[in-house]
Design a protein around this ligand. Structure first.
Ligand code: WTA
Length: 648
């Protein structure tokens, strides 16, 4: 924990949207009168049918509901496009920067509106209507945003699947929400390497449960020859071009779903996190404006992929709802060279830059020179998201990338929360490196001990939220019980985040990381159960237990303990094969960093694996194993400790 404070710069404070005094006053109002506060904020959107109800929430499991602006109706795409046309029609909505630095273009609000209308008409003509699910499996190209907004325009529900996920992962997501249509590309392009997206879709659609898919729309990205299956597969561009450039936006109820996004939890398969329309858009547009202190002429760049929630809320919906210029980057930070981020900043005169700590750590390792040789004078504000940032990386980001002159906003939030919940406001809140600082308006965090007792003052424990905010997820798609069980049973009357946190004497929050069986690898969530089930699906594996371990670049790495079937040998070759196997089953982000052979796993007499012990061994904290006497066979621990793979 760093004790250093970076006060709000006086010059910055003098021209900010929200000062410290305003933050205090607005926060007080937002928690004292959430109805009054949010009904005023929601006026920033265009409502087709104005709401009269604001907040209707109960976190009590026996009488559970989360509803915001429930009798209102709006259209999300009209809020992101149509209403800007009069004043911002010629303003750039999307700056596209391709993987190849020679490939970039700008799309105005007027052009984006026309393209979204055409795509929406196409979806309608293909039989997609309100409530139908559409899977989007695309690279970071403008068509991804167009596809999302086209769904929103007709009230269809999109489910974006990150392009790095395997055919099996894609199939599981398509099957769970019974998508009728898939939008993909021939291939993706990242760091000069091709990703066989269409071939992955073809494979996914051979899996059980995917027969709901009637149409596959294919965007031509690389021009590679691919197999087109008639009549199922159709080319996007040709069909879109035939459509009318006007499409009346569907009136959508505030509580109708906008999208499903699958994310990993403690147990079982990834959950379909469902967000609805009115509350979500209100929350992401308002947080985007306040957290980034947005100005009309900003060029805003969030490096997240649209396959993750950050890409939904802060590449597409928040910025476009605010009429901002948002940059979409197809590539990676280190290609063609390690200065790429900063070259893109200079090329497009980016003013706000928002990325993940893992990227900062990777760039930091390459030294200052690749950053220093670029100008970066256009940047005025920096942000981070996705995992705790270590103070060294924060300081480097501030001193080297921001030349010591740009505030940093460290935004804590989750797929489930829709938008940022604990975050500095750059003109109001002094920064402390490594702390997400204070709650956003309307957000009521609390810290509890393991018995659920709320702690006061400076303390450490599990982080809960005791009241709702408009951007909160509404359900797990198709499994409302799972939603309630996962988030609202552990601490009755509150939403449990799954994160641990510390609060200091100034009331600042320091997120300490997940306290459940979710691993945060480079800011991406992986469930230990998912990796375990991939491993045990291998014919030679009898049992597997997966935990997180410290990792210099990724924040957390994946550490797997594997017990082989009798007669199998733990060779180096098999180790590589299993790592490859997991990559193929889930995707490269789930590859184990360490794989240790375990002749036995530490289990209680009732057969439960003692993960606490496995975590300590993976952390090399072998002096903190605690009481092992309750194990069915305490002897297994000795072997695991001796064979451990991390020793420093
Ligand atoms: C972690 C990403 C510390 C946290 C938006 C959370 C963070 C999980 C921060 C959600 C931060 C996210 N500081 N930890 N600023 N931001 N996290 O669903 O553990 O992909 O629960 O959403 O990332 O990850 P998710």
């Amino acid at each position: 924990m760093s004790n250093k404070i970076y006060p709000v710069d006086a010059a910055y404070a003098a021209q900010t949207r929200i000062t410290r005094a305003q933050y205090e006053a607005l926060y007080a109002e937002s928690v004292a009168d959430p109805e009054g506060f949010w009904s005023r904020i929601a006026q920033r959107l265009d409502w087709i049918r104005p709401f009269t109800q604001v907040k209707d929430v109960s976190f009590a499991v026996e009488d559970f509901r989360i509803r915001w602006f429930a009798d209102g109706a709006l259209n999300v795409s009209a809020n992101c496009l149509d209403r800007h046309l009069a004043s911002r029609g010629d303003k750039t909505a999307i700056v596209f920067e391709g993987d190849d630095p020679a490939d970039s273009r700008r799309i105005t609000y007027r052009e984006l509106h026309a393209e979204v209308c055409r795509a929406a008409n196409l979806l309608r003509n293909l039989g997609i209507g309100k409530g139908d699910r559409v899977a989007i499996y695309l690279p970071m190209i403008p068509e991804a945003a167009v596809a999302m907004l086209a769904c929103a325009r007709i009230g269809a529900v999109h489910s974006v699947v990150f392009g790095g996920f395997s055919p099996d992962s894609l199939a599981g997501r398509i099957a769970d929400s019974q998508c009728k249509l898939v939008i993909t590309a021939d291939e993706g392009l990242r760091g000069g390497k091709k990703v066989p997206l269409k071939a992955n879709v073809d494979e996914a659609l051979t899996r059980p449960g995917t027969t709901s898919v009637e149409t596959v729309l294919v965007v031509r990205r690389t021009g590679a020859p691919i197999a087109m299956q008639t009549p199922r597969d159709r080319w996007w561009a040709a069909l879109v071009a035939e459509q009318a450039a006007e499409c009346a936006p569907e009136a959508v109820n505030a509580e109708d779903p906008l999208f499903i996004l699958y994310t990993s939890g403690s147990t079982g398969k990834p959950k379909g996190v469902l967000h609805t329309s009115g509350g979500y858009l209100t929350y992401v547009s308002y947080t985007h404006e306040c957290v980034f202190d947005l100005r009309e002429d900003d060029v805003y760049w969030c490096t997240a992929d649209v396959g993750w929630v950050t890409g939904h809320s802060y590449v597409v919906y928040g910025p476009l709802a605010n009429g901002a210029t948002t940059l979409m980057f197809e590539g990676v930070p280190n290609w063609p060279d390690i200065s790429r981020f900063w070259q893109v900043v200079d090329k497009h005169q980016v003013t706000i830059f928002y990325t993940a700590p893992t990227a900062i750590r990777a760039l930091m390792r390459e030294g200052e020179e690749p950053v220093r040789r670029t100008s970066r004078q256009s940047i005025r504000l920096l942000g981070t998201v996705g995992e705790p940032i270590n103070p060294e990386a924060w300081e480097w980001y501030h001193r080297v990338v921001g030349d010591g002159r740009c505030p940093i906003v460290d935004t804590w939030w989750q797929t489930e929360t829709g938008g940022a919940l604990i975050t500095p406001l750059p003109g109001a809140i002094d920064a402390k490196p490594g702390s997400a600082t204070l709650p956003f308006f309307g957000v009521k965090p609390a810290i509890v001990d393991t018995n659920g007792a709320v702690q006061e003052g400076a303390c450490e424990g599990n982080l809960i939220l005791t009241d709702s905010w408009p951007g909160q997820m509404r359900t797990v798609y198709g499994d409302h019980e799972r939603f309630i069980d996962t988030y609202f049973r552990t601490y009755p009357g509150a939403y449990f985040t799954g994160d641990g946190a510390r609060r200091d004497a100034d009331g600042y929050y320091w997120i300490t990381g997940r306290v459940d069986d979710v691993i945060n690898v480079s800011g991406h969530r992986i469930g230990t159960a998912e990796v375990e089930s991939a491993l045990v699906a291998h014919p030679k594996v009898a049992e597997a237990a997966v935990v997180g371990c410290p990792h210099d670049l990724k924040g957390q790495g994946i550490y797997a303990y594997v017990t082989l079937k009798a007669g199998e040998n733990g060779s180096e070759e098999l180790r590589k094969e299993l790592v490859q196997w997991v990559r193929k089953e889930i995707g490269p982000i789930a590859s184990p960093d360490y794989l240790q052979w375990a002749p036995g796993l530490p289990k209680t007499r009732s057969g439960k694996i003692m993960r606490r012990i496995l975590r300590k061994i993976a952390e090399n904290a072998t002096d903190q194993l605690g009481d092992t006497s309750t194990l069915a066979d305490p002897g297994v621990v000795q072997n695991l400790v001796e064979q451990r793979l991390i020793r420093a």
